[in-house]
Design a protein around this ligand. Structure first.
Ligand SMILES: [Zn+2]
Length: 250
C-alpha cells in the first residue's frame, strides 16, 4: 500500500491508486477507532489487523483528546509524544505551495506531503497535525465514539444511531435517562462496596480475607470501567450485586 498524504490547514487529503479523498483533520483516526471499515476500505487497504489498528487509534485519541479541556495543546502533544514515541520516528515531508489570486492578492497555501505505506503512520501523522491544529475532537456522549466536532463544546456526533436519528438528534434525551440510571448504579455500588468492606474488617480466616480483598479489587475495577463507559449500567449492577456472591463465598 502506498499512500500520498497531504496536510493542508484543517484538512487531510489522501491520494491512493484508487482515488483521492479529503476529510477534516482527525476524521480518519476517529473512523479507525470506531471500526468504520466499510467507508475506510473504499480508499485504504488494511492487512486484516483491524482490531489492533482500532486499539492503536483509540489509545491515541484517549491520550491526546479525552479530557483535553484540562490540558493545554503543548501538554497534549507531549503526552501523545511520550506515550506513543513519535520522536523515534522521522517522517520526511515535501512542501507544496499553491496559490490563487483573491482580489488581486495572492492567497498562498502551504501543504505538507508524506509518502507512507502503513495505517499506523497515517494515524501518527494525522494525530500530530490534529494536535498542532487544535482540532475539536470529542467523544460522543451517546455512542462513545470519537468525532471531529463542529465546535469544541459539541457533545454528540452525526452518526446514525437509530434508523432515522443521529446521535445528535437522539442524544439529549438519552443522556438524561442514562444519567439517572448511572446515579442509581453508583448508589448500589456504594452500598455493596461499604458492606463488603465492613465484612472484610470482621473477617477471621485468611481465605475469607483473601476472597474479600479480591472482591473489593474487582469492584473498583468495574467501577472504573463503568465510569469510562466501557460497560453499561445493567451488567455493572449485575456484577456489583453479585448474584449471590456473598452466600457463595462462605
Ligand atoms: Zn455518537
Amino acid at each position: 500500500m502506498n499512500l500520498r498524504v497531504e496536510f493542508t490547514g484543517e484538512k487531510i487529503i489522501i491520494h491512493t491508486e484508487k482515488k483521492t479523498v479529503e476529510y477534516q483533520l482527525g476524521t480518519i483516526t476517529c473512523m479507525i477507532s470506531a471500526g468504520e471499515w466499510d467507508e475506510l476500505l473504499q480508499f485504504l487497504e488494511a492487512q486484516k489487523d483491524y482490531k489492533n489498528l482500532e486499539k492503536y487509534a483509540t489509545n491515541f485519541l484517549d491520550k491526546c483528546f479525552y479530557g483535553r479541556e484540562k490540558i493545554s495543546k503543548i501538554n497534549g502533544y507531549m503526552l501523545c509524544d511520550s506515550e506513543l514515541n513519535l520522536c523515534n520516528k522521522n517522517y520526511i515531508s515535501n512542501k507544496k505551495v499553491s496559490g490563487r489570486m483573491i482580489q488581486r492578492k495572492a492567497d498562498l497555501v502551504v501543504s505538507d506531503i508524506y509518502l507512507i505505506d502503513s495505517l499506523i503512520d497515517l494515524i501518527n501523522l494525522e494525530m500530530m497535525y490534529a494536535v498542532i491544529n487544535d482540532m475539536p475532537i470529542n467523544k460522543c456522549k451517546n455512542c462513545n465514539k470519537y468525532f471531529v466536532a463542529g465546535n469544541a463544546a459539541a457533545l454528540f456526533c452525526d452518526r446514525l444511531y437509530t434508523e432515522d436519528k443521529t446521535c445528535k438528534q437522539f442524544g439529549g434525551k438519552k443522556s438524561f435517562v442514562d444519567k439517572l440510571k448511572k446515579d442509581e448504579a453508583l448508589l448500589r455500588y456504594e452500598k455493596v462496596y461499604q458492606a463488603t468492606y465492613y465484612r472484610l474488617r470482621k473477617a477471621e480466616t485468611q481465605a475469607e480475607i483473601d476472597a474479600l480483598n479480591k472482591r473489593l479489587e474487582d469492584l473498583k475495577n468495574w467501577r472504573v470501567k463503568y465510569k469510562n463507559g466501557e460497560i453499561k449500567a445493567k451488567p455493572f449492577i449485575e456484577f456489583v450485586e453479585g448474584y449471590g456472591w456473598m452466600k457463595k463465598e462462605r
